[in-house]
Structure formats: C-alpha cells, structure tokens
Design a protein around this ligand. Structure first.
Ligand code: ADP
Ligand code: MG
Length: 357
C-alpha cells in the first residue's frame, strides 16, 4: 500500500509553541511508517512556515529549523511549495495548540487549500476556543456551566464599575480569564475586590473579551472524545494540581506541578454522568475528530460543571488525551490512525456536496 504523505504542522504563533514541539515529537515518532510518510512543517513564532529535512527525532521536542531555502509557500487552488516544487501532502495533522492552530483560522485555510485534516472543522474549532460562546451554547442546551459574566475591553474602559458589579453578583473568589487563550495564560484567581482590576488588565492583554467566573472549589476531571457522528467517549481522568490552581507553571515548568490519575477515582454514577455530559457537549458544538472536555466536580456538593473543551489537546505520549484513550485500549498509533481516517471521512463528505447549482 502506498504511504499517505501526512503533513505535521507544529510550532506556531501561540503561547503554546513549545508544547506543540513536544506533542509533534510524539506524533512524529508514533506515526506508522508502513502507512504514513511524515512531512514535518514547522511554523515559527512569527508565523513563517518551513519544511523540515530531518528524518528522525530522538528528543522530547521536534526540532524547528528556519532555513530560508525551505520556506513553504501556499497557493490556493494549487497547493504547498518548497523551492518552487510542489510538496506532496495528502493529509495534514495540525499539531498546533491555541490561537492560529486550534481556533478555526488554520482549519479555514486548509479548507480553502482543499486538504483533509485531523480534528474538527472551522466552526467547531472556533467555538471550542471561545470559552464564552461555548458556555453560552452549553448553557442553552441544558448543560451545567459555572456562572460567569463576559466583559469587553470597550465596555470595561467605558465603565470600570461594571467589573465590580459582576464580582458582586458572582461573589468572591473569582477567576478572571481571557475568552480565547489556553495553557492558563492571562488567568488569575481573584480573592479580593482590590485585585480585580489588575487581573482584568492582565487578561485583556490576551483578548479583547474576558470572562469573570465564579471560583469553584473543585476536582478537575478530563474526558477524551473521538469520533464524528458516532462518537466514543472514554473513561475520565483526573488532574490534581499542586498549585493554587492549574496554572502555566503547574502545567509546564514545575515537574511536580500536578498529579494525573487515569482513570479518575469516581463513582460509577459520576463517571457515567460525566461521559453523558461530554457526549452532549461535543455534539452541540458540532465537533468532529476529537476533543478533550474538562470538568469541575465541586468538592463538597459533588456538582458537575463543564469547564472547557480543547480540540487539539496536548498530544505527547504522556498527555492526558492519549493516555485516557490508551487506558481504554485505543493505543497511541491506533488513535492516530483513527483521527486520520476521520479527517479523510469528513473531507470526502464535503467533497460530495455541491457548492453551486
Ligand atoms: N471557575 C473556576 N473555578 C476554579 N478553578 C478554575 C476556574 N476557572 C479556571 N480555573 C483553574 O484555572 C485552570 C485554567 O483554566 P481554563 O479555563 O481551563 O483555561 P485554559 O484554557 O487556559 O486551560 C483550570 O484548569 C483550573 O485549575
Ligand atoms: Mg484548561
């Protein structure tokens, strides 16, 4: 069987560039060479695309060389080019976390280039990135979300007291977070009203809209979902942050920042309820391919809330998303097979549509 030339897009302009290099190293390593020929294309922090010439990678991060002669150019309707020659890409695996990778922008570009790719399409990706719009849809679909108020930069500049009113309504402590971001960047826990403005200014550096959310004293539960239409919801896992919350350093810089439990220690009812909510949360956002859905379980009341959804979750072989799949028997290389298959399926379905009379 001829190998599928599978592009790995990694790096990128978001704050999660380094995380992407690590996710990409695992995917590069585990892609079954009998079926796939990996074509690594690194995206620099400034957004430039470079074809990579290495053939193996032993380290934890995929290298990203920025050699001018290997710059990749895109011609809509024609394809991807390096040194004037067309780069064969049958499929793309976007291994880009956060803005310009996970938020629908790249998915739109790949749709225009008419190339199949892993993960959800434009709308679902954009909704997955937008914490306010996702929560809005979940709430109106009868799914439990943490109460919050969304403020725009203009609203807040015109009426700074609006933030205090929101804090009064929700009650301290609160979480302040950019609507579209990730890896906990720009997020702060606010314990006194005096700290609210500093938290907002920092969050507004990352987005023009910010969520002020009631802080939940919670266990953090995560759930992998794979599929399109017919979906598979995996048994949940648990993240136990050793910091005040699961902040950037607990996620990436402090090796003892968090403990992971796969599967999570939950009662059968809790686990079933979370999986049921995860399935619905996935479907109402029109997800396809994959997502990791993150939950809170209130420590005292046991109340369950959906926190957020990640459409290109951390993908190192020790990341929660693949680990939760593996624990239920879907091993990393087979997970990659399945995601590629789902990407091709979605592309075929779209190809069968008419876009004009
Ligand atoms: N409402 C909340 N109550 C308690 N903890 C929260 C709340 N919102 C966020 N957190 C903490 O902050 C972390 C990051 O927030 P999250 O909304 O998941 O953003 P990101 O997309 O950056 O991961 C969470 O994993 C959790 O530890
Ligand atoms: Mg999160």
């Amino acid at each position: 069987m001829e190998q599928i030339h599978c592009g790995l897009l990694y790096g990128g302009r978001s704050g999660e560039h380094e995380v992407s290099l690590r996710s990409a190293a695992s995917i590069f390593r585990y892609l079954d060479r009998n079926k796939y020929f990996p074509v690594p294309v690194g995206i620099s922090k400034t957004g430039d695309w470079f074809f990579q010439t290495f053939e193996s990678c032993g380290g934890p991060s995929l290298p990203l060389e920025q050699a001018e002669e290997n710059r990749v150019t895109l011609v809509p309707g024609r394809g991807f080019f390096v040194k004037g020659a067309q780069l064969r890409l049958d499929f793309i695996f976007p291994v880009l976390h956060g803005t310009f990778g996970e938020d629908g922008t790249l998915q739109g570009l790949l749709d225009l280039m008419d190339i199949p790719y892993a993960g959800p399409g434009v709308l679902a990706s954009a909704l997955g990135m937008d914490k306010e719009k996702a929560k809005f849809i979940w709430h109106y679909s009868g799914l439990p979300v943490v109460p919050s108020v969304c403020l725009s930069k203009t609203e807040y500049a015109g009426n700074p007291a609006s933030a205090l009113a929101a804090a009064d309504k929700l009650c301290l402590p609160l979480f302040v977070k950019p609507v579209c971001a990730g890896s906990s960047v720009g997020i702060a826990k606010v314990k006194s009203a005096g700290d609210l403005h500093a938290a907002l200014s920092s969050a507004f550096e990352f987005d023009t809209r910010v969520l002020i959310e009631k802080a939940v004293s919670a266990r953090e539960i995560e759930c992998s979902v794979v599929g399109s239409g017919e979906i598979r919801v995996f048994p949940p896992g648990e993240v136990i942050p050793r910091h005040e919350f699961y902040d950037y350093s607990a996620k990436y810089t402090d090796p003892d920042g968090a403990e992971f439990k796969v599967p999570a220690r939950l009662t059968a009812e809790e686990s079933a309820r979370i999986r049921e909510i995860a399935a619905k949360a996935y479907q109402v956002l029109d997800m396809s391919g994959m997502a990791r859905i993150d939950f809170f379980i209130e420590k005292h009341t046991g109340e369950i809330f959906i926190n957020e959804i990640n459409t290109i979750p951390g993908f190192t072989d020790i990341s929660m998303f693949p680990r939760m799949c593996e624990a239920a028997g879907l091993l990393y290389p087979e997970l990659l097979d399945r995601l590629i298959e789902l990407g091709f399926e979605r592309h075929r379905e779209r190809e069968a549509l008419r876009f004009s009379l």
